[in-house]
Design a protein around this ligand. Structure first.
Ligand code: GLU
Length: 374
């Protein structure tokens, strides 16, 4: 790795580093992380911090922190977010800015673009963006759920060169190092496949929500955008010294040489399908080269509730996911058209044209020219 090539990095710091005892924030580990941020900025590298820790930092304000209800957890996050921001602020003599996001914000293309603009404006002004999930307003359907994946979405949105994810172990091991003495640290990963996910299996942290699996998911999102990714031991000051010296202290995930374009990456890794169109499994897939796009004639089932412009999944009736794309019709209209297809006076069938927009189709089941590791 050559960090002298970095222009912009995203650093993800988890709850266990911020409030290790769940008794408010502690400077114990933050000191060396703050030093790393300062060193990067001195080297002209822009830094975006994705910091967890609001729930852990706010927990000590409440009784019964062992089994808090969801409402109490959100209240902990609201109370702890201030503390967490203040804990970071103490280390810096430049301003920081709080950005609270949900998946609902990131998967809406207009809001996503607005987030990008804000990030760039903050970085241009020398302000440190500190990003966290907006736990107070999230519902299951709206949340990213873990800050590992959030940090990868932010790294893509910010066109970062590198994503550094702090863990409580040195990186990805070939088996769980907590239970296997002979576990070996994987220094470099060229491509993320099922074997890599299998290695990530059981490792977990008891304070935050992420484990090794969400870190691999994050790495997969990041490298396909061309963002080199590191999983390092954030508890160990030496990790950051190594990074500053241009060495790899943990596991390095090689970025794709031909990364996905931003729009396609957003559709593949950030946008969430609001519904699904089932089409007949057929040797002439509508996504085969040179074939026309499918019209409502081919739809056998419309699932979910979506509007014009929403992201939908297209699957064949044998269960294969074919693509993610933007729907040109609402589920309501498609349902009407497809359930009236035997009506003699139903003219809709022949007038719908392509059902999905032809821009940003993310193919899920075939090789694409762009977005490949090599
Ligand atoms: N948003 C959560 C918090 O600030 C953390 C989520 C995570 O650790 O992944 O406590």
């Amino acid at each position: 790795m050559k960090n002298n090539k970095w222009n912009r990095i995203v650093l993800k710091v988890g709850s266990a580093l911020i409030a290790p005892e769940r008794k408010g924030c502690s400077s114990r580990y933050l000191l060396h992380i703050a030093k790393f941020i300062l060193q990067c900025r001195d080297m002209g590298i822009q830094v975006i911090l994705v910091s967890s820790g609001s729930v852990a930092a706010g927990a000590h304000f409440f009784n019964n922190i062992e089994n808090p209800s969801l409402a109490i957890k959100k209240a902990m996050a609201a109370a702890g977010q201030n503390e967490m921001m203040a804990a970071w602020d103490r280390f810096f003599d430049f301003p920081s800015a709080q950005i609270l996001l949900t998946h609902g914000d990131l998967r809406d293309r207009e809001r996503y673009d607005s987030i990008r603009e804000t990030l760039f404006a903050l970085l241009d002004a020398g302000i440190l963006p500190v990003v966290n999930e907006n736990d107070v307003v999230t519902t299951d359907a709206l949340k990213v759920g873990d800050n590992d994946n959030l940090s990868a979405m932010v790294a893509a949105a910010a066109d970062a060169d590198s994503l550094i994810i702090c863990s409580d172990i040195d990186g990805l091991y070939n088996k769980n190092p907590h239970t296997h003495d002979d576990a070996v640290l994987i220094k470099e990963v060229d491509a993320i496949d099922q074997d890599i996910y299998a290695m990530a299996g059981g490792a977990h942290s008891s304070v935050g929500t992420g484990g090794m699996k969400t870190k691999i998911e994050a790495a997969e999102k990041a490298i396909s955008h061309g963002v080199s990714t590191y999983i390092i031991n954030g508890f160990n000051e030496h990790s950051f010294e190594e990074l500053i010296s241009g060495n790899n202290p943990g596991t390095y995930f090689k970025p794709y040489q031909r990364p996905m374009k931003d729009d396609l990456h957003w559709m593949t890794h950030t946008a969430k399908a609001q519904g699904e169109l089932i089409i007949e499994a057929d040797s002439n897939s509508p996504f085969d080269e040179n074939s026309e796009q499918f019209t409502s004639n081919e739809i056998v089932e419309v699932r979910g509730d979506f509007s014009v412009g929403d992201t939908i999944l297209v699957s064949s009736d044998d269960g294969t996911h074919l693509a993610k794309a933007e729907s040109k019709y609402s589920s309501c209209l498609l349902n009407f058209i497809t359930t009236h297809d035997n009506d003699e006076d139903n003219d809709f069938q022949h007038h719908t044209g392509p059902v999905i927009s032809d821009k940003n189709i993310a193919y899920l089941n075939q090789d694409e020219e762009e977005g490949q590791p090599v």
